[in-house]
Design a protein around this ligand. Sequence first.
Ligand SMILES: Nc1ncnc2c1ncn2[C@@H]1O[C@H](COP(=O)(O)OP(=O)(O)OP(=O)(O)O)[C@@H](O)[C@H]1O
Ligand SMILES: [Mg+2]
Length: 506
Amino acid sequence: MAEDVIESGGGGHPPPLELVGVSKSFGGVAALRDVSFTLESGEIHGLVGENGAGKSTLMKIIAGVHTEFDGIMKIDGREVRLASARDALHNSIGMVHQELSVVPDLSVAENVFLGSQPVTAAGTIDWRRMNREAKKLIASLGLDIDPTTRMGSLPVGLQQLVELSRVLFSGARIIILDEPTSALSPPEVARLFGVLRKLRAEGHSLIFISHFLDDVIDISDRITVFRNGRKVATERVADLDKHKVIGYMIGRHSAELHMGEATELKSDDKKPIVLDVENASDGSVLESFSLSLRAGEITGVYGFMGCGQIELARMLFGKLPVWKGALKLDGRPVRFPSTAAARRAGIAYLPENRRMMLFRSEPVYKNVSIAILDRINRFWLKPDKERAITDAHIKDLQIRPPLNSALLGSLSGGNQQKVALAKWLTHLPKVLILSEPTRGMDVGAKEDVIRILKSLRDRGVAILVLSTEPETILTLADRVTVMKKGKVAREFAGRHLEKSDLLAAA
Ligand SMILES: Nc1ncnc2c1ncn2[C@@H]1O[C@H](COP(=O)(O)OP(=O)(O)OP(=O)(O)O)[C@@H](O)[C@H]1O
Ligand SMILES: [Mg+2]
């Protein structure tokens, strides 16, 4: 015991939580390398780092989700080895996970008390007490929800708040919030921060993870930055600002700028606008969003997960109505009541889950020709013609294996993406919208896709690339809009643009 007290800095009490030399890998790939981390009592500790930096992995170790790791974990100076998430709860550690983990078919109150329902003297669940207390707890987050409402019927933002209230009021002394604000509106975030400060004042210790750096700086006492599985800094907020944090995140002070870290935007305002989005709202996420797509340009839209990119794509492709605002195609107002209408107007959409647009049990040539059948022959399929066109694409795009008869489902993800793109090469759309066009591809496949998109652009297509990865945007875009919580946060055109600019704007 005495040693522990000295280790913690001689302040009398050991810190409530301490990790020493923690490493963790998944199937030989290191997610955390030799990380040491201390959480003081009564502090809000912010955790930041790029996607994949290792934040959630460390938190899952603390919360007993990952039980296999190297290194030491101490609670109140006492070395522990948690066996499960339940074990973490018994040690007064509560975590709200990045992925919403509510039970949609249970009521709001049941979700709040999941696993710890109040019981009557007879040992049955005390429904009245449970509903009454659930209502009180969620009211402290400013919510007025009937606790008997089915969870799944609430909007995602409210579900997130209910889940937060479950952990915040569980009595846990150590509370971990992994990306809790992505679906919350500014007033909801403000209310949440009020609750976090109150918990801090009561002596709880909190870890707050977010990609919204302004929020992290606002709420935290200290901030720890992760990069590539390593802890690169822990500093008091008073000694930090946004740019310093971003510098730590991307390692600009130590590291070189390499591909995808910066670009010269080649936007050209003389190019004609093909599709104009004017102050569009979808009634939920998108708010007065404006964007102009020009012929022969790739416009990049960058933002964090949940910022509204998916809704934007769906709106432009006729899957979501334009609730307010307008769309104009070639200067004329348009409406896309269906995806068929959008397609007829010349809009093509390649969603991130490209499997939805492909036929896995059909050969490659069928997948390529599906968009162009009406060009080949409206009534009679001509397999020879289909195959010939496909062969040209297979060669051009270096699709592997180079067989037009291979079943699509047998191709690697990168090659499937090339097939998905191939059909637009014959049937040039006016506007091509892509979500995460190069995610999960190897370097070679990525280069092929980049080359295809740039050649489509040079043939006059107006291209919209939506991505949460700065590298993708910096590699492809000629102009960039940064999207934040459904709104335009910033636009970049005709200038030098770096990754840190994107991170700072989002
Ligand atoms: N269950 C798992 N199996 C295999 N690999 C994993 C698993 N969980 C995480 N990883 C890998 O570990 C690394 C760190 O991931 P982690 O989820 O901790 O990142 P993060 O910092 O939380 O990122 P984000 O900001 O995107 O949430 C990544 O390379 C990820 O792919
Ligand atoms: Mg994470």
